[in-house]
Design a protein. Structure first.
Length: 392
C-alpha cells in the first residue's frame, strides 16, 4: 500500500512536470509571447549598457555647439572647414546627415560639402528611443553610427539556436516540478526564486558574450513547474492527514487524534512530548483462549449478550512523567506511553482486580480514603519497590 501511494505521488509530480513543460513548449513553438520575450532583450541591453564604437565617431551639433559656436543652421563654409579637418585627421568615410533645403548664396561653400557631420541636439528633433538609452532618447546619427559599428563587428549578437531554447524550457520546467516535490511550500517557493535568479544571471552573461537566449519561456516553465508541484504537495499532504486522522481516530478519542495531528510535521511524524499522565492497562483473562476457536461474529454476539460477565479482568494504573508521541521508523510509527503495564499482570493470583501505583493515589483529589494499601512490591524495571494500592 505504501509503495502504491508513493508511485501515485511520483506519477502526479511527473504529470505536472510534463504538462507544464509541454504547454510552455507549445507556446514557444507558436511564438505566442514573442513580443514580450523580445522586451527581455531590451532589458538586457539596458543592463549591459552602451559599448564604445572604436571605428565610428559622431561629430555632433549639440546644445554646446549652438551656444558657443553659432546658432543652427550654420554657414556652409563652417561645414566645409569641419569636413576638411576630418579628412586630414584620417576619416575614411564621412557620412552627412544634415539637409540643406534653401540656397545659401555661396556656390563655393556648397561645392565643398561632399560629406558633413550629423545633428545631435534634441532641439533639432532627430532623436529616437533605443534599448540601450533607457528612458532617454538617442540622436539619429548616433543610432546610425551604432548600426554601422555593428556591421563592422560582423553582428556580434546572435540568436541562440532553437534547440537550445527548447532545452532550457524543458530543463527549467522539469527542475521546477521535481526540485520542489520534496520541499515544504515556503522552501519550494524559495527554490523557485533562486533557480530563476541564477538563470537570469546566466542569460545576462550569455548576452554579454554575444548569445541571445530566450528568457520569458524558460522562466514561465520554471514558475508553472514550481506552482504545479506545490499544488500537488498541498493536495497530497491534506489527503494524507485526512487518511491518518480517520485511521487514528478509530483507536483513540477524537480530541486526542486532533491534538496529535496538529503536532505532525510534513512527514507525518510526531516528536516526543514530555507530559504528566495517568496510564491504564487492562487485560481480559482467558479471552484469547476463548476466542481463538470461534468466529469474530460469534464472539461479538456473545459479548453483546453476556457483556463479558464470565471473564475476569486485571487493571494497572500508574501516574508520572512520560514521553508521549509518535515514535519509530517510517515503516512503523506508534503512539506510545510506558510503565503501568508492569502492574496489570501482578493482579493475577491476588484478591484484587485493580492495582494503583502510589503516584496515582498521591494525585487523587478530595477524599483519599477509598484506596487500600496492598504492599510495597518489586516491579520489573524499577530499582526501588513501588507502593501498590487497590480499591476496597
Amino acid at each position: 500500500m505504501r509503495r502504491r501511494r508513493r508511485r501515485l505521488v511520483v506519477t502526479l509530480y511527473a504529470s505536472v512536470a510534463l504538462a507544464t513543460t509541454g504547454a510552455v513548449l507549445a507556446l514557444w513553438s507558436g511564438e505566442v509571447l514573442r513580443a514580450s520575450d523580445l522586451e527581455t532583450v531590451d532589458a538586457r541591453f539596458s543592463i549591459r549598457g552602451e559599448h564604445a564604437a572604436p571605428d565610428v565617431v559622431v561629430v555632433g551639433v549639440d546644445a554646446r555647439t549652438n551656444s558657443t559656436v553659432a546658432r543652427f543652421p550654420f554657414r556652409r563654409t563652417l561645414h566645409a572647414r569641419v569636413i576638411d579637418r576630418l579628412r586630414r585627421a584620417g576619416a575614411k568615410l564621412i557620412v552627412y546627415d544634415i539637409e540643406f533645403t534653401a540656397q545659401s548664396g555661396d556656390v563655393g561653400a556648397d561645392n565643398a560639402l561632399i560629406r558633413a557631420v550629423g545633428a545631435t541636439a534634441p532641439v533639432l528633433k532627430d532623436v529616437l528611443p533605443t534599448s540601450t538609452a533607457g528612458e532617454d532618447l538617442m540622436a539619429g546619427p548616433e543610432v546610425q553610427a551604432a548600426a554601422v559599428q555593428t556591421v563592422l563587428d560582423d553582428f556580434p549578437l546572435r540568436r541562440a539556436p532553437g534547440w537550445l531554447d527548447g532545452l532550457l524550457i524543458a530543463v527549467l520546467g522539469l527542475a521546477g516540478a521535481f526540485g520542489t516535490a520534496r520541499l515544504r511550500p515556503l522552501r519550494g517557493a524559495v527554490f523557485g526564486l533562486v533557480a530563476g535568479a541564477l538563470f537570469l544571471v546566466g542569460a545576462q552573461l550569455a548576452f554579454d558574450a554575444g548569445l541571445i537566449v530566450s528568457v520569458l519561456y524558460p522562466l514561465l516553465a520554471l514558475a508553472l513547474g514550481v506552482v504545479g508541484a506545490l499544488a500537488v504537495s498541498v493536495a497530497v499532504g491534506a489527503f494524507e492527514r485526512e487518511r491518518v486522522c480517520d485511521m487514528f481516530a478509530r483507536f483513540v478519542p477524537e480530541a486526542v487524534a486532533d491534538d496529535v495531528l496538529a503536532r505532525l510535521d510534513d512527514d507525518l511524524r510526531l516528536g516526543g512530548e514530555r507530559r504528566v499522565v495517568t496510564v491504564l492497562f487492562s487485560d481480559i483473562r482467558g479471552f484469547t483462549t476463548y476466542s481463538e476457536d470461534r468466529t469474530p461474529e460469534d464472539v461479538n454476539a456473545w459479548l453483546r449478550a453476556r457483556g463479558g460477565q464470565d471473564f475476569k479482568i486485571g487493571i494497572g494504573l500508574n501516574s508520572g512523567p512520560v514521553v508521549a508521541g509518535n515514535v519509530g521508523s517510517e515503516r512503523r510509527m506508534e503512539y506510545t506511553t510506558n510503565t503501568a503495564s508492569r502492574l496489570e499482570p501482578m493482579t493475577k493470583g491476588s484478591e484484587h482486580t485493580i492495582f494503583l501505583a502510589d503516584s496515582v493515589k498521591n494525585m487523587l483529589r478530595g477524599d483519599r480514603s477509598d484506596p487500600v494499601r496492598v504492599d510495597a512490591m518489586r516491579v520489573r524495571g524499577k530499582d526501588e519497590p513501588v507502593v501498590v494500592w487497590s480499591v476496597a
